[in-house]
Design a protein around this ligand. Sequence first.
Ligand code: BGC
Ligand code: CA
Length: 412
Amino acid sequence: MKKILVAMMIMIMMCSFAFAGGASETATTEATTETATAAPVRNADKPVVFYNRQPSDPVSGEIDMETMNWNDSTFYVGFDAAGGGAVQGQLIVDYLATADPAVIDRNGDGIIGYVLCIGDVGHNDSRARTEGIRKALGTWNGTTDPGDVKEGSANVGGTTMRVVELEGRAMTGTDGSTWNANAATDAMSGWATRFGNQIDMVVSNNDGMAMGCLQASNYPAGVPIFGYDANADAIEAIGAGTLTGTVSQNVDAQAAGTLQVLRNLLDGLTGEDVYTVGITEPDQYGNKISAEMVYVPETKALLAQNTGVNASNWQQYTEGTRDAGISQSSAPTKRVLLTVYNSADNFLSSSYVPALRYYAPLLNIELNIVQGDGQNEGSCLDRFTNVGNYDAFAINMVRTNSGPDYLERLRY
Ligand code: BGC
Ligand code: CA
């Protein structure tokens, strides 16, 4: 027995020596490609920024602080989700306040009937918008569940009218992906048939699904419709009068913020400097994000602010409006592995990724972007490999509670 134990111990020791050898080998190669003198950085100590999908419990929404406290260089960069929900609600309420009851109430029953595209019931952004909309319209029943609503009321052109959520739906695609625009087209066409002229308004928790609704061949022409994100096609649709309003979550501030936080960490900044330098105050290269960003220390989150967009101000949000506050840095080039949960996501592919591609070269960050399918974590995770080749990581998870699966790969 003793002999077996000793043999096992020797084997374990040999294995760990072999492992240590392998690890330091990668580190040496890395050191030579970077600066010959730089001490090798352990993967576990490298900067990690989660973005767009905040590490959280998909059911309760509670922030996953274990993930956020992975190391001192772990942060979340996103936008003020709760504030955004309120902005979207206000945008709708403002619209109704100036609407003509005789026009908007299509069947003249004195009720404003609306349908709601929810998106992803397990995503804090989606939940915050459902809450913001329902609270503004008085249909909030204390939960973001589809169908759990009460009758509300709103000021419509000076008259108080009843408001009813005819149906709210999550919009999961046939492939299991969330925020699915095709599912919204199908839902809209079903709603138009089922509810007919009871539908006075369509509300969507993102632009992709709103544009999906407008694609329905039986979309009731002229019925006001609201989205969220301020994607280029949605802004254009506001200009053309087909979309009524959207909310900008300030993608430029978020993309530049994600990269600037990584840049700061890679430049060795610590403490407050990580989320202020180049963000609320100029960095040594003269870069500073122009839009306001707020840091929430409890959740290590740097958040952009939202603004409502409608017929009165859409011109300010047309494509290509990049932040002039970010100009070329001369910091040493660093390599970042970045995941995108779903290559087919409208917001990420048409707004966020183009913004990243614009700002990364300015901050001398070489991005390797890997994209998933929006349903299986493996579609991203399987490409979250060769981590020793990168200086830092930016993570957008398929499921908001998958943080530990990514961090596990950085453990050694
Ligand atoms: C956007 C959605 C997008 C989602 C992806 C949200 O912030 O508004 O359009 O589908 O992020 O995680
Ligand atoms: Ca009506």
